[in-house]
Design a protein around this ligand. Sequence first.
Ligand code: ZN
Length: 332
Amino acid sequence: MLGFPDGRGPPQPAFDLAAAMSVGGRIAQAVAPLLAHTAVSGAAFGASLAATQVACMSLRISAATVLAPQTIGVACVVGASIVAGQASRRLDLMGRLGVHHSMVGSGYTTRKEDLIADALVGLSFFRVAGGNFRSALPSDVRFPGALSGESVPASGKAYANEWQRRELLRLFRRWGCHHCGSRRGRPIGDHMPPNMSAHGNTKGRLGPLNWQEPDEVVNRGLRSTIGRLPVVGRKLRLAPPKQRYYPQCESCSQKQSAAMRNWKKVLVFHFGGPRSQYFAGAFVGLRHALAHGEGTPAAGRPWRWSKVVDALMKPVREFQREFSDVVTIKKR
Ligand SMILES: [Zn+2]
């Protein structure tokens, strides 16, 4: 009888490479769709917000437009969340069926409940992560920017002192310019409201009013009323609204000077900056990755990168086939 002298069978290897590779492969297969979905939906979310910002710029709507953040800003985030969800859903069909969604046929429809769920997930994460709907809109350089957050108390119309400059540098390095998000160069302490709006120009004319700030609106109304009074108006002067410094880049500062000088509305585009709310799109994608194709013809099918590549290459292969057919017919 064949066997080992001690009767315990062959010695077991200390590390089973085949088993480890098998476990590693299973983990990679489980993680791959999660990574792909979050990346695709995150990119779709960012691209949608950038596109809506461009559309708002062309319509002259900014973060400083009255009620725009509460209406258009919310709509932009909802729209971007829905686009992110649809991108994720289409990726799921490619990863599970190996075809583009247009080839799936009547079995694939856009479900209303998916649109609502994606909008809610995107909106909720955006808010929970501290997102401000102003940031979905372009900045108007005459008012606090779309990315304005922390600021430093200003001492009237004077330039920033040493401590204020240090604080502004800290905020600028962390969040960037409050109008465009740039972190290049040295920050400038941008007075908000601008000196011209708070104190008036050399002729005493006050600059543009920020209708989103009730304090400034009341202050302007009182100053205007008192100024019209026959005797008191010449003697009584109401204090200007309290000003704050916001970190600003040199380019936006120059645009702001020109805008104030020429009484013109100048809008600037921004890329959002390092803010966690922009991961809202990735969370929408995660929802679809964890649904495993539910409600589509791909439900329950395994997700594979090779199928995504197949789906992407299909139109190329079809074009090659049609092209070779045309060449063959011409040769005949
Ligand atoms: Zn800037």
